[in-house]
Write a protein of this length. Structure first.
Length: 185
């Protein structure tokens, strides 16, 4: 399978799962750091972080592991990914199963700085439609990390968005749902 690098910004790209053999191509493309956002439990041993990390070290690149799932995409992990990106000596390639988690964690980490429309457009240009996260991105950009975005149970902290919100998303697309925070007035 051929590796697919998707450019999000000049300094950040994402990819579906890479192999140890792909590391040379990553280096040839000018990346200095690789971040693994895919949990080892999702892949066989040859694709787990230790195997990729060995190849990355042999190539002289930096390697970081920050496993992400829907349940573990917490404010702390979003902040950690941002720290890893900001501290990198050059362009960063992050990978997971499809690259989507890597695009989401980037969008959440930079939305307050760049704005909702900008992060959605940059993700879309890289091939990731994150429009379903628009309400969460607005909430995060305007108020910091949100709890449940539907507001019906504010004591429940949800990693990305409230599951009751997700069930109502088809209604929310038209802007009619009471659960869509939208831009500030």
């Amino acid at each position: 399978m051929r590796m697919e690098i998707r450019i999000v910004t000049p300094y950040y790209a994402v990819s579906p799962q890479i192999s140890a053999e792909d590391v040379a191509t990553v280096k040839e493309n000018g990346f200095t750091t690789i971040i693994c956002n895919r949990p080892d439990a999702e892949v066989p041993p040859g694709q787990q972080a230790h195997a990729i990390g060995r190849a990355v070290a042999e190539a002289g690149l930096a390697f970081e592991v920050l496993e992400l799932t829907h349940q573990t995409m917490t404010p702390e992990r979003v902040a950690r990914q941002r720290v890893l990106l900001d501290a990198a000596d050059g362009p960063v390639l992050a990978y997971c199963a499809s690259g989507t988690r890597c695009a989401v964690v980037w969008a959440l980490g930079y939305v307050a700085e760049l704005g909702v429309d900008a992060v959605l457009e940059q993700a879309r240009a890289a091939g990731y439609d994150l429009e379903g996260l628009r309400p969460t991105l607005y909430s995060f950009a305007n108020q910091g990390w949100p709890g449940c975005v539907c507001g019906q149970h504010p004591d429940r902290i949800q990693p990305l968005l409230c599951l009751c919100y997700a069930r109502d998303w088809p209604r929310a697309i038209g802007g009619k749902s009471h659960k869509e925070p939208g831009p500030p007035a």
